[in-house]
Design a protein around this ligand. Structure first.
Ligand code: GDP
Ligand code: MN
Length: 361
């Protein structure tokens, strides 16, 4: 899960990484009361999970005379379509230089990897494309609790010691917080020292419980509903809904849709031994996502009985067309029930997906 800037900065601060003094505000809060704590010049930053936020107008400069107006502007201006519920007002740093640092896991090397560039800031993606040599990288043993000094020097070249110190602290955050990604862009030097001007932290979802982070805070209504029923459910954005039992079957269905150039809207794994009731909830849930015009139900009847599945689909009675492929226990009874109610049941997964694509088109 990706933390917002102010949350990441809080965790950075705990590890001794210097971040600007700041004030987190929601709309209608008395910003001016706190302005003298932050100094005359401030930066007003939308707290939204949007890449390229600064370039999209989510980071604005202000001073005491217009900070309220600036914050209000942000509250009323979605950034790349994402509404802004909170704004972080920070003392404005007198930036001398912007660096880029990012820590992740290199999966093929099975080691932590640190990327560094001494040209940080909002243009880093352009730099990565146009001048990839400007971004240096090191990998090292995950058994080490600190980044080896000689590698850190190799990575950073000629920079103030505070920059290296901060990278080491960032690595500690990365380890302690079970992060998949810890990034500072820009990491800046100022006359007052080195600061993390921005903060990005993605926590491994499998570690949220032990990190004490609420798991479902960003879930949509449908995702909450899925969690309630114990379904694995993911939204993708196309027009074809997918229901399977077991991760393998569900994924192959998605692969096949992709193969035929279709676009899945979402997918739901009902798990083992789904009865009529569960199937009905699954079908209704997948159908309730806006944009879904057809649903592929691809099930293997083992403990799951095909006649139960058929009854669930019939009971769900949803608007999108439901195309079924299932095989196994009580298959014939399932087929009979579906046919009786005008549903199409196909012999192969391939045929089911092709038919769904035709319906979607
Ligand atoms: P992002 O676009 O979401 O990555 O937002 P950042 O927090 O990285 O801010 C974007 C850019 O705004 C930075 O690269 C800086 O150039 C600038 N910026 C952010 N904070 C400050 C600050 O305190 N002082 C100054 N002078 N510039 C800042
Ligand atoms: Mn940034």
């Amino acid at each position: 899960m990706k933390l917002l800037e102010f949350e990441a900065k809080e965790l950075f601060r705990e590890e001794g990484i210097r971040v600007p003094r700041g004030l987190l505000v929601s709309e209608h809060e008395e910003i001016l009361l706190h302005m003298n704590e932050l100094g005359k010049k401030v930066v007003v930053k939308a707290q939204v999970d949007v890449g390229g936020r600064g370039k999209a107008g989510g980071v604005l400069m202000a001073d005491a005379s217009n900070v309220v107006e600036t914050a209000r502007h942000l509250f009323h201006t979605p950034i790349k379509g994402v509404p802004v519920p909170r704004v972080l007002i920070e003392e404005r740093l007198a930036i001398e230089h912007e660096y880029y640092v990012s820590i992740a896991i290199d999966r093929s090397a099975k080691q932590p990897v640190i990327l560094f560039a001494d040209v940080g800031g909002v243009e880093i993606e352009g730099t990565a494309k146009k001048n990839p040599d400007a971004i240096r990288k090191i990998t090292f043993s995950p058994l080490l609790s600190d980044v080896p000094n000689f590698l850190l020097r190799e990575l950073t070249g000629n920079v103030p010691d505070g920059v290296r110190e901060m990278i080491n602290r960032l690595y500690r955050v990365f380890c302690k917080k079970d992060a998949l990604l810890a990034e500072i862009n820009p990491l800046v030097t100022t006359p007052e020292g080195v600061y993390a001007a921005d903060a990005k932290l993605i926590i491994d979802d499998n570690a949220l419980a032990r990190q004490g982070i609420a798991v479902n805070r960003d879930l949509s209504e449908r995702e909450r509903e899925a969690e309630k029923h114990g379904f694995s459910y993911v939204e993708l954005g196309g027009t074809i809904g997918v229901i399977g039992n077991g991760a393998g079957l569900t994924m192959s269905t998605l692969d096949l849709i992709e193969y035929y150039h279709g676009r899945a809207a979402n997918f739901l794994d009902v798990g083992g031994g789904a009865d009529q009731e569960r199937v009905m909830h699954a079908v209704r849930l997948v159908a309730s996502m806006p944009g879904v015009t057809v649903i592929v139900v691809n099930l293997l009847g083992g403990i799951t009985r095909c006649d139960e599945v058929a009854k669930g689909i019939i009971a769900a009675d949803v608007t999108p067309t439901v195309i079924v492929r299932m095989a196994g226990t009580n298959e014939e009874e399932g087929r009979r029930l579906l046919a009786e109610h005008g549903y199409r049941m196909l012999e192969s997964m391939d045929a089911a997906v092709k038919t769904a694509l035709e319906v979607a088109a």
